[in-house]
Design a protein around this ligand. Structure first.
Ligand code: GDP
Length: 614
């Protein structure tokens, strides 16, 4: 009985869950939030919903009202004070932020346009959610766009669907099944939420319309249901404070401020705080805790309301001295009466040093610069998957010194002399220096755009290198002469490709022992200028591709000492592609590697002794 009482007490003391909303542009994230903020009752004000810093707070009585229509199916019981939805742009990167081992966001809404499937940025979001192990629900949005949809404004989705024609229902089902298939391809089982028997393993889909409001009650209900029943441990109030910096912003009259999500505990004016800075840890004192003035109070001069203390969960702006170098994405700690400030400084810098492990020990690689720890982490993960080494990482704006650091790669590995910059400003000096020295700077404020551009650039670089080095790329081949068509000027021979592949540009040679001295003699025959199989010209002929012979025309124009058939060389001599140490190294270059199958490497191994290559 006692245990139960304690349980009830602590249940009452749950804090509001924190939710992120993400998905591809134009799927309806903004519209969906707008719809959630709307109250059914026309009372002229937002029913206690407060716009906060980088977030919107939905108090529980307002959510209860919105979920009224769910009573036909369930008896919603809520025991959290409300729901905090983070809606800062670029917040995608916060879903993988972790505070003390648990994710900053308890849950996320992934918005998918049911008529567009999983778009690029949605896939990116899924990757972030997966990496951060953040639970999420799918809002399968724009149901009202199904042809023939009859709006049932603000209804729960089951009632709304029941009122649709058979054809609408059939379209809905086929869209739903298609979406489930797409999620399966990403490694997730999914199911429309009211048929989902295993919420912890199977992703729940909530069909919604952000315009007519169908399914929005379901979405709110499900978010609270999932967080308060499955994550009540994470939602316990702690005496210890948990806070994360969302953004570092200069505000007129306040100087540099930080926008913070307080996910647990209570923060007071005058608290001593410690956070991660780009020049080392920052310790300072809270001057003011601020939230925005409600819209209807706009005639009041100050844009902010000042608080003596604030309680989790909420978004708040902190004004304090010395915040210029604060790093978005880092944790914020409060120095308690028993804490040693120096210890907390070490703690807070650990977040940063963890990421330093991604820097390549060789000192070779690209430079990465991002606005927040979360986005930096996402970029580093991506580069790791692509097997691209990283030389240095940085947070905040790009200065000349960052580009200078990058320029050391110009001599070591030119193709890595580049900077990937996510959501940060590049100052003029830095840009000039980069331009003058041939350092490529990639800038984007959507992670996947950066990846795309970078991948495109890499391909271009490879193509360019391929062109530059094509002369040295000799693919291995062994040929047998079938017929000598023209002995010289130009030499034309009919051959079979016995091993490997023959390509335009490949230099050929016959290797023989001098009958007198026993010395090995290499007779170059020139490079393949053109090839024909059954009177059709070809760029490449691989062993086994044709039974007909290949007519090969050799470019031997500038060659002196052409060997003579019947004297130096004979029709029975095998012909080899003229490989060298350099040609082998060239094929190992990433620009060519993909074009060289395993059997070609084995053949190269066989040909090496013939040309005395070590
Ligand atoms: P965001 O980029 O994800 O924030 O997308 P928005 O909320 O700005 O929506 C993009 C466009 O889609 C806007 O023109 C919206 O009016 C429209 N839209 C969003 N949700 C819905 C929906 O549920 N139904 C319909 N018909 N249009 C929608």
């Amino acid at each position: 009985r006692h245990a139960k009482a304690v349980d009830a007490a602590s249940q009452k003391d749950l804090r509001s869950p924190i939710c992120a909303i993400l998905g591809h542009v134009d799927t309806g994230k903004t519209k969906l939030l707008d719809n959630m903020r709307k109250t059914n009752v026309q009372e002229g004000e937002a029913g206690g919903i407060t716009q906060q810093i980088g977030a919107t707070y939905f108090p529980i009585d307002m959510i209860e009202k919105k979920c009224e229509t769910m009573r036909a199916y369930t008896d919603p019981q809520f025991n959290v004070p409300g729901l905090l939805i983070i809606d800062t742009p670029g917040h995608e990167s916060f879903t993988n932020l972790r505070t003390r081992g648990s994710s900053l966001c308890n849950i996320a809404i992934l918005v998918v346009d049911m008529h567009h499937g999983l778009e690029q940025q949605t896939l990116e979001s899924i990757r972030l959610l997966k990496d951060g192990k953040t639970p999420f629900v799918v809002a399968l949005n724009k149901v009202d766009r199904i042809f023939g949809w009859e709006p049932v404004p603000n209804s729960n989705i089951r009632d709304a669907l029941a009122k649709q024609s058979q054809s609408v229902q059939a379209q809905f089902n086929s869209r739903l099944e298609a979406t489930k298939l797409l999620f399966a391809e990403q490694g997730f089982n999914s199911e429309v939420y009211y048929k989902n028997k295993n919420m912890s393993k199977v992703v729940s889909i909530v069909p919604t319309s952000a315009v007519t409001g169908e399914g929005v009650p379901d979405l709110l209900y499900l978010l609270l249901e999932l967080t308060q029943t499955r994550m009540s441990k994470q939602l316990m109030y702690l005496s210890e404070l948990e806070a994360t910096i969302l953004e570092v912003k200069v505000v007129e009259g306040l100087g540099t401020t930080i926008d913070v999500v307080l996910s647990n505990g209570i923060l007071h004016e005058g608290d001593r705080i410690v956070l991660c800075g780009s020049n080392g840890p920052i310790a300072t004192t809270v001057r003011a805790l601020l939230t925005p003035q409600p819209a209807r109070e706009l005639r009041i001069k100050s844009a902010y309301i000042r608080h003596k203390e604030v309680k989790a969960a909420l978004g708040v702006k902190i004004s304090a001295p010395d915040l210029e170098h604060a790093i978005a994405g880092s944790r914020l700690l409060v120095v308690g009466p028993d804490d040693d400030e120096e210890d907390l400084k070490d703690d807070v810098m650990d977040d940063m040093s963890g990421l330093l492990d991604s820097v390549d020990k060789s000192g070779e690689g690209v430079c990465v610069q991002a606005s927040t720890l979360g986005s930096l982490e996402a970029l580093l993960d991506f580069l790791k998957q692509m097997k691209i080494p990283v030389m240095s990482i940085g947070l905040g704006p790009v200065h000349k010194r960052d580009v200078m650091r990058c320029s050391t790669m110009l001599e070591r590995k030119r193709e890595l002399a580049l900077m990937l910059c996510f959501d940060v400003k590049v100052d003029k000096d830095a840009e000039l220096y980069a331009n003058d020295n041939g350092i490529k700077i990639f800038q984007a404020d959507i992670i996947y755009h950066l990846f795309d551009e970078f991948e495109k650039y890499q391909k271009e670089m490879l193509e360019e290198r391929k062109k530059e080095r094509i002369h040295d790329a000799v693919y291995p081949a062994v040929l047998q002469i079938v017929q000598v068509i023209n002995k010289r000027n130009p030499m034309i021979i009919g051959v079979d490709v016995v091993e490997g592949s023959l390509r335009i540009g490949t230099p050929l040679a016959i290797v023989k022992k001098d009958p007198v001295t026993g010395q090995k003699l290499t007779y170059p025959l020139g490079r393949v200028q053109s090839m024909e199989v059954e009177h059709k010209s070809r760029d490449m002929v691989r062993k086994g591709q044709t039974n007909a012979g290949v007519a090969v025309r050799l470019d031997s124009q500038n060659m002196t000492n052409m060997p003579t058939f019947g004297r130096h060389i004979f029709e029975t001599d095998p012909i080899y592609s003229l490989i060298s140490r350099k040609s082998i190294d060239t094929l190992k270059d990433p620009a060519f590697r993909e074009d060289v199958p395993r059997e070609d490497w084995l053949l190269i191994k066989k040909l090496k002794p013939i040309f005395d290559i070590k």
